[in-house]
Ligand binder design. Structure first.
Ligand code: Y43
Ligand code: MG
Length: 197
């Protein structure tokens, strides 16, 4: 299977940047924003369902094969929340409000109980009704900090402690994050499936 261009079923500029860097020059990722500003409702109950739903929607709108990324943060102490609701955790008020709500939910929770994982599911459909989407999952284990730290990345990066680097995910430079992250792990699997090196 070869693709010279894919539409990325995401309105998140941070994802586009990271995924394009991981894919390299051989595949051009076009943003769904070129075709439509309407975001589909993420009605699924799992990362997989939402990734497929977003990919089908983007393929239908663009007429191109589509890649979607559904991702989020699963916090152990919160029973895996906010999970698929990570982007909507503070009712659509954005990253800063999401981070503030998370810090508050974990107020007084000791370090040993602050474990969390970032989850990423990539779904690739060849066309809107593709009966066999390619699905790839990646996890990244870490811990939730007690205060934000770092300026890189997006979303919950300033609150995510990366044990293997002794810093927050937002303190990693983009190249380092793209070697370690949940998204990098999912993309490594996708690259294999597509025989990209
Ligand atoms: O590497 C990451 N570093 C920090 N935060 C992250 C990361 N990866 C996902 N996240 C957070 C952001 C958002 O709160 C949620 C994803 O929600 P999710 O619906 O998949 O994405 P989105 O709404 O931002 O864009 P879209 O659905 O158009 O792809 O998890
Ligand atoms: Mg979303």
């Amino acid at each position: 299977m070869t693709f010279t261009q894919l539409v990325l079923a995401s309105h998140n500029a941070g994802k586009l940047k990271e995924l394009q860097a991981m894919l390299g020059d051989s595949v051009h990722l076009r943003s769904i924003g070129e075709f439509s500003s309407v975001e589909p409702e993420e009605t699924g109950l799992s990362f997989v369902e939402n990734a497929i739903l977003k990919a089908r929607n983007a393929s239908r709108i663009s007429g191109l094969p589509a890649l979607a990324d559904d991702s989020g943060l699963a916090v152990d102490f919160l029973g895996g929340a906010p999970g698929i609701y990570s982007a909507r955790y503070a009712d659509g008020q954005g990253d800063a409000a999401n981070n503030a709500k998370l810090l508050d939910a974990l107020k007084d929770v000791p370090e040993a109980e602050r474990g969390a994982q970032f989850v990423c599911v990539l779904a690739l459909v060849r066309h809107a009704e593709d009966p066999l989407p390619i699905l790839c999952e990646g996890l990244w284990h870490g811990r939730i900090l007690t205060a934000a730290s770092g300026e890189h990345g997006f979303g919950y990066d300033p609150l995510f402690w990366v044990p293997e680097r002794n810093c927050s995910s937002a303190e990693l430079d983009p190249i380092q994050k793209n070697q370690l992250s949940h998204r990098a792990r999912a993309m490594a699997i996708l690259r294999q499936r597509l025989s990209l090196q």
